[in-house]
Design a protein around this ligand. Structure first.
Ligand code: FAD
Length: 469
């Protein structure tokens, strides 16, 4: 059966785009963090939406599960196959055309395999902005961003990927093409199917194209790093900066001192902005459509007010693009520094912004009681209520050994998240990694609705099985 299936795939997209040899498939099978390596029947690399539709029809006919894959930078084991070797990996990387730009509608139509950075560059070439931005932007694809409803650093001003998409082209689980590449900002014609496929992690269909929203390019962007006494001060500064700067405040990131120390020890060439250490730091970005002077004046006024009110302890405002990049580099190197330090137990959580400081104090204390000396590496997109709350072992415990505590640590953190009205997955999704946690924390009503949707849209269960549900 598998031979007939593979022969049909080869006939559909060319033998050179169907790989079965281990040497050719290996780079598609391990997740970005290197935690899991799956197996597959083959890797299929179609060139366009029609070819994707042909392959999905073959998968349906031969009952072969398929795992859509973009840049494979997802962090919840969503884009790699399981260990059974039954599934095929459907790589979207060859779907990489920018199809059209409409400057009056402020939209760009793209193939799903386009790399996020290429889309940003193309928008900039036309004097516009595509504001989705995250540290993996050099290798993640827009199809992956849509399928995980990625967040990143611009959510405070521009929203998640869902808010940046006006239309989709999707190959359904039956292999039909649903063309909804409409650049409409208003369209109330029944159920919102677009929003269903966004964030579905490839479990309902394959996204092959999208219409993206573009924005006017700001004239200037200014960055500052502010030293703070506590997470509570970070909330006060956020409120103060939002009031003072309005929609020019486009980014607000929180980093604890442990994060800065980690980055300094693993990447000593990066700037160390303050001569002394403080408990917390906030990274602010302002984007002005007037001028750099306007952005600097707004930011400096906000920081002065924060220093006077005792909310801020010290601050550095970047005076050049290089300095601004240096400050962002500190933030973006935290995951890399953590990876270099050894494995830890990660949580991508969101909370009502007003409850973040209390959550951090409460949960830090619970963890310290359960594991004296434990290190919480906490950073994230505070302006969106999103924390990366990562737990590293006390010095006496090895990193690998501490991973045995994963379930117990997750229970402490996720129970606390639930108690404070938050979510166990803010922006990375569920994948295979958090499937059991989802089943634990979602209500039976919500889970049943999700299962009903899955059964209706993928009755054969071939679309990325074992992910989310
Ligand atoms: P993949 O990893 O290939 O796939 C992700 C999921 O989408 C899988 O379930 C896959 O099956 C599905 N999928 C992929 N393409 C399609 C398609 N065309 N149709 C249907 N399903 C598809 N995320 C954030 O939200 N914010 C961040 O700030 C952030 N920072 C990151 C920093 C680093 C260094 C890394 C490595 C990751 C980060 N991420 C972040 C994770 C984020 O989910 C991914 O980077 C990105 O959105 C996934 O894109 P991808 O093309 O790599 O998708």
């Amino acid at each position: 059966m598998s031979d007939a299936f593979l022969a049909a795939c080869r006939a559909a997209i060319g033998a050179e785009h169907v790989s079965t040899a281990q040497a050719d498939t290996a780079s598609y099978l391990t997740d970005w963090r290197g935690r899991f390596t799956g197996r597959c029947r083959a890797v299929l690399r179609p060139a366009d939406g029609d070819a994707v539709a042909q392959l999905v029809r073959l998968c349906a006919q031969f009952r072969v599960p398929l795992v859509p894959q973009g840049g494979r930078t997802g962090l919840v084991l969503g884009s790699v196959p399981d260990a059974s070797g039954d599934a095929v990996v459907l790589s979207l990387r060859r779907l990489n055309r920018i199809r059209a730009i409409d400057p009056f509608n402020r939209t760009m139509t793209v193939d799903a395999g386009c790399i996020l950075h290429d889309i940003q560059q193309e928008a900039a070439r036309h004097g516009m902005l595509f504001p989705l931005s995250l540290a993996a932007e050099g290798s993640c694809s827009i199809g992956g961003n849509l399928s995980t409803n990625a967040g990143g650093t611009g959510v405070l001003r521009y929203g998640n990927t869902r808010e940046l998409c006006l239309g989709l082209e999707v190959v359904t689980a039956a292999g039909e093409v649903w063309d909804s590449l409409r650049g409409l900002r208003k369209d109330n014609t029944g159920y919102d199917l677009r929003d269903l496929y966004i964030g579905a992690e490839g479990t309902l269909g394959v996204i092959t194209g999208a219409v993206l929203k573009l924005f006017p390019q700001p004239k200037a962007a200014i960055t500052a790093l502010v030293a703070l006494g506590s997470a509570r001060d970070a909330l006060d500064l956020l409120k103060l900066a939002e009031n003072a700067c309005g929609p020019t405040l486009t980014g607000y990131e929180l980093m604890s001192d442990i994060c800065l120390r980690l980055v300094a020890s693993h990447f000593p060439a990066l700037p160390q902005p303050f001569p002394e250490h403080y408990p917390q730091y906030a990274l602010l970005e302002l984007s002005s459509h007037e001028s750099e002077a306007h952005a600097v004046a707004l930011l400096e006024n906000a920081i002065e007010a924060a220093l006077e009110a005792g909310v801020a302890r010290d601050a550095v405002v970047a005076t050049s693009i290089a300095q601004s990049r240096g400050l962002w580099a500190i933030r973006e190197h935290i995951p890399l520094a953590q990876a270099a330090a050894g494995k830890n137990i990660k949580h991508d959580i969101s909370l009502p912004i007003s409850r973040i400081a209390d959550f951090v104090r409460h949960t830090d204390a619970l963890l310290a009681r359960a594991y004296p000396g434990v290190q919480v590496v906490c950073f994230g997109h505070l302006g969106d209520g999103n924390l990366h709350y990562n737990v590293a072992p006390p010095e006496a415990i090895g990193h690998e050994e501490f991973l045995f505590e994963q379930a117990a640590v997750n229970r402490i953190v996720h129970d606390s998240v639930t108690q404070f009205g938050g979510s166990i997955s803010a922006e990375h999704g569920i994948g295979a990694l958090k499937r059991e946690e989802l089943a634990r924390y979602k209500s039976p009503v919500e889970l049943n609705l999700m299962r009903a949707l899955k059964a209706a849209l993928d009755p054969l269960g071939i679309m990325n099985p074992g992910k989310i549900l």
